[in-house]
Design a protein around this ligand. Sequence first.
Ligand SMILES: [Zn+2]
Length: 281
Amino acid sequence: MDELRPSASVEARRERQKRVLFRRLKLAIVLALLVLAAVLVIHVAVGGKESAHPETTQTAAPQTQTTVPSQTQTTVPTQTSSTVTTEATEPETTTAPVEDENWKLLLVNADHPLPEDFTVKLKSLRNGHQVDERIYPELQQMFDDARAAGIYPLINESFRTGERQQEIMDKYIAKYEANGLGHDDAVKKARSIVALPGTSEHQLGLALDIIAEYGGDSNATWTWLKENCWRYGFILRYPADKEDVTGISFEPWHFRYVGVSTAREITEQGLCLEEYLGQTG
Ligand SMILES: [Zn+2]
């Protein structure tokens, strides 16, 4: 038994060692599998990443390439389109002013009748007169400044409809006929004084006949206006030295809005509107 015991204990020890070995082997295998799995996972992950990388770098690269060019393309075009738009807004602002200039510079005379589709938004003044609403602020400023300078202007004529223009014409014809002129002569004479309906600047809402308030000195008013009206965008429309060009006798009372920049230029260069527009016929 003694022999057996040790032998049994030896066997038991061997058995135990085997079991331990087996366990260690199992552990090692498990560990090895785990490591393998880990490696595989990493490999797959890295490989995936690598394959994802080129994809993302490829998609990201083209993306950055497309975003870069598209950015440069879109920012460049947007920049060019923004410069285009600024150019476009500049021309637009220049076309806006040009459009603005168009209404400000609309020439109406015997050779240039009012466009048939002409419309104007009118501003009614306190005294019943009406003007193109766009000129109202500067007109008001001009009158305020005149009063501050001791000049008291009064609007005598402003916007007229074609019908009103015809009424004025008829009144003059009747007056000349009453004075003994035949109809044709009366018409001829009236037409030399009054513009035919459709050819009067007053139909634009941009022209004003201005006199002195309360029977004051109109000459002083006209002198002040002639010197200062350009600051508010107005010109003396029918100067004495331009009768041949305008076809209208000197009218010291008739002022026409053209906008400040044009009014300055016309005044500085001593032009009339026809000359400024190159429409001297
Ligand atoms: Zn007038």
